[in-house]
Design a protein around this ligand. Structure first.
Ligand code: HEC
Ligand code: HEC
Length: 396
């Protein structure tokens, strides 16, 4: 291949490297043939030799067998796998549909990571490759040296140019571009083949319990889940994503299994930091995290940004019993009172109490102490049964 041919091939791909909108999304059509860049991305994604430890790859935290999520609340990285992480690795399924980050009339929307701080999948991929608590390459040079040793280094040169390793920054850019193409193109990330998809397409039936769960999920007076995790077909008949990509503050309890929480002054406040820095002063956004898809949710325990809940049933019960029985979910203070919303700061030096901005208005978490929860115990079971129909790879 000459340089000329190579660039006519690569440049249009680079131009198309923006957000989302890869193809028509859902519909279960024929398997897409991967571009050369995406095929390389697949190899990079699964290659632990690209990490300082030699033992960590994207698949460690985004396991294809777990819907590209992980079953650990947080995973330690770094050269000896002893540098702890801060957040629960999210599923990467359906990530191609993520809209660009924006602050809209309905609050924050979209972007990558749980706080939306990253604008593209390529930019996102740089973080784990370089982060001290993840794959821990100390520089582009360090990363390019590792990549050059990979079994597929020749293929990398073929696709991105013989001189691609001359400039380590370019090698890193092309690698993150390849990772982006892989996540956008490979149908493994967006198969739309759950039992519920088959149900919507008239090819499967839900059981009586699953149907009751669906009803409670949609009912604005019961689960109201669909208000943020839309489960109906979209405009033009597109299959649902079970997220509106908006942000909310659910007041999820603190998870002591995250080592950083040993410091009582440490709080992960999502949109307003510490990882995200541009919205620090927007106090009303503090504690808000991106609404994740519920597709494959039965496969991706533990739940929420900090992995606080080990089972799906607990996660759903928390929603409806958070305010009616807070003592189930939060620790008690020395005086016996419940330390509700214990993972956001109480009154600070400036007098601002972050507990006052946890969402207590929206169904199903709009109840008060002593009121009936929005879902009964058996309705919780029904919703969980319904959520179990959202796993990819349904075989009738
Ligand atoms: C040590 C575990 C770990 C490794 C290794 C890792 N990730 Fe992640 N990943 C995470 C965590 C944790 C988050 C959430 C980060 C946040 O919200 O700040 C995340 C977030 C993401 C997101 C954003 C998801 C969303 O909902 O917006 C993408 C995309 C992603 N990772 C891709 C990758 C790729 C590609 C690699 C390999 C180059 C990789 N990850 C390696 C733990 C990991
Ligand atoms: C007002 C918006 C809103 C409503 C209503 C809502 N959710 Fe959520 N959901 C969110 C947000 C935001 C998160 C992420 C919160 C976090 O990580 O701190 C989330 C997270 C979850 C998670 C954990 C996902 C993961 O990958 O860890 C589950 C499970 C879930 N929701 C199920 C439900 C169910 C079931 C209902 C109805 C009973 C519901 N949600 C209603 C906004 C909402």
């Amino acid at each position: 291949m000459t340089m000329k041919i190579k660039f006519t091939f690569v440049l249009p791909l680079l131009a198309a490297a923006g957000l989302a909108g890869c193809g028509d999304g859902n519909g279960g059509g024929p398997l897409t043939e991967l571009s050369a860049a995406a095929a390389l991305g697949a190899k990079i994604f699964a290659d632990p030799s690209l990490s300082a430890s030699g033992r960590l790859s994207c698949t460690t935290c985004h396991d294809p067998g777990r819907a590209h999520a992980s079953n650990a609340a947080v995973i330690a990285g770094g050269p000896n796998l002893t540098t702890p992480g801060f957040r629960n690795p999210p599923s990467l399924r359906y990530i191609d549909q993520t809209p660009a980050f924006a602050i809209t009339d309905d609050g924050a929307l979209g972007g990558f990571d749980r706080d939306g701080r990253v604008a593209s999948l390529a930019e996102q991929a740089r973080q784990p490759l370089l982060a001290a608590h993840e794959m821990a390459n100390i520089s582009a040079v360090n990363f390019a040296n590792r990549l050059q040793q990979a079994a597929y280094a020749a293929e990398f040169r073929q696709v991105f140019g013989n001189t691609v390793f001359d400039d380590p920054q370019t090698a890193l850019d092309r690698a993150t571009f390849a990772l982006q193409r892989y996540q956008l193109e490979d149908d493994e990330f967006h198969p739309y083949d759950s039992k519920y998809d088959a149900f919507l397409q008239g090819r499967a039936q839900l059981s009586a319990q699953e149907l009751r769960g669906l009803q409670a999920f949609n009912d604005p007076q019961k689960g109201n889940c669909t208000a943020c995790h839309p489960g109906n077909r979209g405009a033009g008949g597109s299959l649902p994503l079970f997220t509106d990509f908006h942000y909310d503050n659910l007041g999820v309890p603190r998870n002591d299994a995250i080592p950083a929480t040993a410091d009582p002054a440490y709080y992960d406040l999502g949109l307003c930091g510490p990882d995200r820095e541009d919205l620090k002063d927007r106090l009303e956004l503090c504690g808000q995290f991106k609404t994740p898809t519920l597709r494959n949710i039965a496969l991706t325990a533990p739940y929420f940004h900090n992995g606080r809940f080990a089972t799906l049933r607990e996660a759903v019960a928390f929603y409806v019993q958070r305010d009616t029985s807070p003592q189930f979910w939060y620790p008690l203070a020395d005086d016996g009172s419940v330390r509700k919303f214990n993972d956001v700061p109480g009154p600070t030096a400036t007098g601002f109490d972050y507990r006052t901005i946890v969402n207590i208005e929206e169904v199903p978490y709009d109840r008060r102490l002593g009121e009936q929860p929005r879902l009964t115990e058996s309705e919780i079971d029904d919703v969980v049964a319904f959520l179990n129909t959202l796993n990819d790879g349904y075989q009738p």
